[in-house]
Design a binder for this molecule. Structure first.
Ligand code: ADE
Length: 464
């Protein structure tokens, strides 16, 4: 590849003689690099390259006639012979750094690394007369790029950055091409995990133990989790842009506590919050859509409809939401829309027994709250939402005080034959206590009763 840089400060680009880029640009290397002084194309004794802005205003603008002469010459310079074919002809790109350009990304850099000839035009002052970019973009591939949302004094630093980013992708420049794969902005779409070396102890900070154990699968998982965490904290835009196939099933457990659920379209923000009175209609529709799916197959549609009409209407939710001493309703949002909820029933007094005698028998601790519903729309099953709803509910219940006493236990009943549910509660630390019978639309159902203490948390108002 050939790179030409045109600048009024050619000395500024001397660092390109150093390090890997310098070596790549040495004789026999994959890069031919030439830096040119724009003033060589001036024709007055003062070697003037700028003039005052048309229309007035501060600063000076670089003249198009000088740039035109310089670029015509440099673009016409012979680039290294390539095996160009009619399908892939010789490719020359003019790159103009400017704060008003498109943000430079690794994708652009990867694309530019396939060109044969790259010419970089470094502006100074208020920039280059706009007709220069206009003229060349009509005749050849031209990009105006920005390093970021800040203003530099000129394009030279951006040119250095571009050359370094492009040149390291040329074959033979970076010693170990594997190091290109997992790096930030690579194919994974995530920021890179943190890296460490010896000494293992340094100023009270240790290299994470997992990296010293030699267990490759564990190290890979740890690195992936750190990459997800970093990306969630620093570049949520990158997480949101991940394609579904870039997210692995094992990522869900890491992403959910970071506030991200995984859907068919990729990651979306996941949030659990106390439900508000104006959520009643949406909660009712989520409940009505999910309840039938949790019912055993022998339950007929009429019985299910009867239950929904009695317990899962908007009016019933309005009642729940109006009585925060009795009910705790948490809404689970995916991408800003309620996709699941939990409904917990609190005792009105510390000694109040669970309403069903068969439950009271196997759940003896008091005060006892019932986790009555935890429902997630089917399209969000496996997204991490149910898990986060459950954890957050147990945490909020941990802060509840009944007559000054913290809850001793949270219990729930779930269809004894729903294996998925049983596994889910067992994994969340619930213990199976026994059975209870439960009426749905006049039919008697057999439920397993599970219980566990709430998660410890500071006392807090349920409705905050
Ligand atoms: N020239 C001045 N500021 C710049 C920026 N942010 N990116 C590229 N070129 C520039």
């Amino acid at each position: 590849m050939r790179i030409d840089i045109v600048s009024i400060f050619p000395e500024y680009l001397r660092p390109l003689e150093l390090s890997l880029i310098g070596r790549a640009a040495g004789s026999g290397g994959p890069l031919q690099l030439q830096v040119h002084d724009l003033r060589d194309w001036t024709d007055d004794p003062h070697r003037t390259v700028d003039d005052s802005p048309a229309g007035g205003g501060a600063g000076m603008v670089m003249r198009p006639d000088i740039w035109g002469r310089a670029l015509d010459d440099v673009l016409g310079a012979p680039a290294p012979p390539t095996d160009s074919t009619p399908d892939q002809p010789h490719r020359t790109v003019l790159a103009i750094p400017t704060p008003s350009g498109m943000p430079l990304t690794q994708r652009t850099v990867e694309d530019l690394a396939t060109a044969d000839h790259l010419v970089i035009a470094c502006g100074r002052y208020e920039g280059i007369d706009a007709r220069v970019a206009e003229h060349y973009s009509e005749r050849m591939e031209t990009i105006e790029f920005s390093l970021g949302d800040y203003v530099l004094n000129g394009g030279e630093v951006a040119a250095l950055a571009l050359v370094e980013a492009v040149a390291r992708l040329l074959p033979g420049v970076v010693g170990n091409p594997e190091s290109l794969e997992e790096e930030s902005h690579g194919a994974a779409g995530l920021l890179e995990y943190p890296v460490y070396t010896r000494p293992i102890q340094w100023r009270g900070h240790e290299v994470p133990e997992v990296l010293l154990g030699g267990h490759h699968a564990r190290i890979a998982r740890w690195r992936r989790d750190r990459a997800l965490e970093r990306t969630a904290a620093r570049r949520p835009d990158l997480l949101a842009a991940l394609a579904p196939e870039q997210v692995y099933p094992d990522d869900r457990g890491t992403l959910a506590p970071l506030g991200w659920g995984v859907t068919a379209t990729g990651p979306v923000p996941l949030r659990v919050r106390p439900a508000r009175p104006d959520d009643a209609a949406r909660l009712s529709s989520v409940a009505s859509a999910t309840f039938p799916l949790a019912c055993p197959p022998e339950l007929d549609a009429e019985a299910i409809a009867e239950f929904i009409a009695a317990h899962l209407t908007r009016e019933r939710f309005e009642e729940y939401l109006a009585d925060s001493e009795r009910y705790l309703v948490l809404a689970g949002e995916m991408g800003g829309e309620i996709a699941g909820y939990t409904l917990s029933v609190l005792p009105r007094s510390a000694g109040e027994a669970p309403y069903a005698a068969d439950v009271a028998e196997v759940v003896g601790e008091r005060p006892a709250a019932e986790l009555s519903k935890i429902y997630v729309l089917p399209e969000y099953h496996g997204s991490g939402l149910a898990r986060t709803l459950l954890t957050e509910t147990l945490r909020v219940l941990g802060g509840v005080r009944i007559e000054g006493e913290p809850l001793a236990v949270v219990w729930l009943g779930t269809n004894a034959r729903n294996r998925r549910a049983q596994k889910f509660y067992a994994a969340a630390g619930f213990e199976r206590r026994g059975r209870r019978t439960f009426q749905v639309g006049g039919r008697e159902m057999n439920d397993a009763v599970w219980a566990r203490p709430p998660l410890e948390s500071a006392p807090r108002a349920v409705a905050d």
